[in-house]
Ligand binder design. Sequence first.
Ligand code: UDP
Length: 242
Amino acid sequence: MNNKYELIYEGKAKKVFTHDDADKVIIEFKDDATAFNALKKAKFEGKGKLNCLISARIFEILIKNNIPTHFIKLENENTMITKKIKVIPLEIVLRNTAYGSLCKQTNIKPGTSLEKPLIDIYLKNDELNDPLITKDRIELMKILRSKDLDLILDLTLKINEILIRFFKNIKLKLVDFKLEFGFDIKNNILLGDEISPDNCRLWDLNQKNDTIVSLDKDLFRNDLGGLIEAYREIYRRINDFL
Ligand code: UDP
């Protein structure tokens, strides 16, 4: 990154830099991968670029469907320009199919289709290990007003409908995903962060039987290998479709 831009924040998978316009930032996607609250770490050459390109495509689709997002444009293959937002410290997880932590914490069997989408909200706090949080605790902690939380939940359900439809077209099942939101300088709520195989579970629908073939970060979480090949395949399918 050009050194005239100042690093504002470095997270596990992204760096955020200042932009010439004070209401914008530059986000650089890194090749680093972490799982289990960063207990497991690795680097995958090309992951940053693929997640940046995939996220940009998905943000464009969401914007066309009137979802307010922070995305402005791709700068190059691993950086994008976005609106500057104050990130709300919540991770909004929507699940269509039971998997991952839901199955570890309940007696629901992995792969069970949920009758309606389930939204789980986690407090974004590494020291506390991102605990599951309730609506009442969010109000108690004064993280968000109830009407803003309702707006976020409503947006999450709409995003789910758009993404299920889109991924189905490219033969992928959207099992679950995690979103983050924030306030822009005018106090509008915008979708932030990224939407990529790092924070979505995507299963290949091109399988003859019910075998689960993950094309997402579970390949790293579960040491299955082939992560870059899977991310590249997702990007290829998106581009072939659009
Ligand atoms: N997720 C994420 N960041 C997190 C935790 C979860 O992006 O810190 C995503 C994850 O990729 C999956 C969904 O949220 O698509 C649900 O994850 P789950 O709660 O099942 O947690 P996990 O099994 O990853 O521990």
